[in-house]
Design a protein around this ligand. Structure first.
Ligand code: SF4
Length: 348
């Protein structure tokens, strides 16, 4: 079994990417990198990591920041619950006074699951915990020829037991980094580089011609469609926004007034929506203009189809009075979704 670890560590020493979070033992920096890298490619995550840790170089700076600022730093990265959770967890840590030092205590942090806790404890403290992320699932299911679905209880158990057994307990940080990097660069989801793989002689998937079919997943991600109709209001040099506070996507990000419909609606249908009339003062006779139609925005579980309307109103208008009035030029100070940001970059 040590052959496996030695082989991937040797491979790692030769092929590893030069990444800043691999040069530190600071649990805060490792934690930030792990949270950013969930659901995010390294190339995209790197910029965000550097910006985030230069703004919040330690857990206390993060804890004392306003959530709006943390979300602004996260803007464009998606899965904003990660930003809200890391901020809340930083407050937890600041209260304790130091970063937790055991797996159990790390697991108690908001937004930290088994994978992240094992990564922090192994990378920062060299504790012998096997890290099992998507890359590890793929490498081990192929190398060991495990055909149980990796999203089933049995499949998860098999992979996690194998990962524990194979872990080099004398070099857990190095071993974990090596297997994750091996999955990211060599045993990739599409077109794994089997021909030049140091594990080829003992890889069961390769021997049995199962490389393309492993790992197996039983559930396909279900997606639903949502239909958003945004209204970009101009009142002289001002516009109106609000914070999304519901437990839904983009919680605590800002956006323009928006009416969600259960299907795509035409311009005529939009103009007769009662929600729209409730936003407008009886003194105004606004003329809306549809400026972007059916903009498709794909998220992990949802596809959003957005229409953007623009409307000009007098500076002292009573319409949209429940919204937050801001200078149009100040909108960049607020955290918004990538969808809104794209609209703004085309409009302003
Ligand atoms: S031989 Fe191919 S499938 Fe097997 S571990 Fe190497 S890259 Fe992965």
């Amino acid at each position: 079994m040590n052959d496996f670890s030695n082989t991937i560590i040797n491979w790692y020493e030769e092929h590893k990417r030069d990444l800043p979070w691999r040069k530190t033992k600071d649990p805060f920096l490792i934690w930030v990198s792990e949270i950013i890298l969930q659901q995010t490619r390294v190339e995209q995550g790197l910029d965000y990591y550097q910006r985030f840790v230069s703004r919040f170089p330690n857990v206390f700076k993060l804890a004392e920041a306003e959530e709006d600022e943390v979300l602004k730093c996260w803007q464009g990265l998606g899965y904003y619950s990660r930003a809200r959770n890391i901020h809340m967890a930083a407050k937890q840590i600041a209260e304790i006074g130091e970063f937790p030092k055991t797996l159990e205590d790390v697991l108690n942090l908001r937004g930290v699951g088994e994978y992240t806790a094992a990564a922090i404890c192994s990378f920062a403290y060299d504790m012998p915990y096997a890290v099992v992320d998507g890359n590890v699932y793929r490498v081990l299911s192929r190398w060991l020829g495990i055909d149980r679905p990796i999203d089933s209880g049995e499949g998860k158990r098999m992979i996690s037991e194998a990962a524990k057994m194979l872990l080099d307990k004398n070099r857990p940080a190095l071993h974990n980094q090596a297997i994750m990097e091996f999955g990211a660069l060599q045993c990739t989801k599409n077109n794994p580089n089997c021909m030049f793989c140091p594990l080829i002689d003992c890889c069961i998937a390769y021997k049995k011609g199962l490389v393309e079919t492993l790992p197996v997943k039983q559930h396909k991600t279900k997606t639903s469609n949502r239909y958003y109709n945004y209204i970009f209001v101009r009142m002289g040099e001002e516009t109106v926004i609000h914070k999304r506070i519901a437990d839904d996507i983009w919680k605590n990000l800002y956006e323009f007034p928006m009416i969600e419909t259960d299907r795509a609606v035409s311009e005529e249908e939009f103009y007769s929506l009662p929600q729209l009339h409730n936003m407008i003062s009886s003194n105004d006779k606004p003329v809306f203009k549809l400026v972007q139609k059916g903009v498709k925005h794909v998220l992990s579980h949802r596809i959003i189809y957005a229409n953007f309307y623009e409307v000009n109103l007098p500076e002292d208008s009573e319409s949209f009075k429940n919204y937050h009035k801001i200078k149009i030029n100040d909108i960049h100070k607020f955290a918004v979704s990538r969808l809104i940001n794209q609209f703004l970059s085309l409009t302003l």
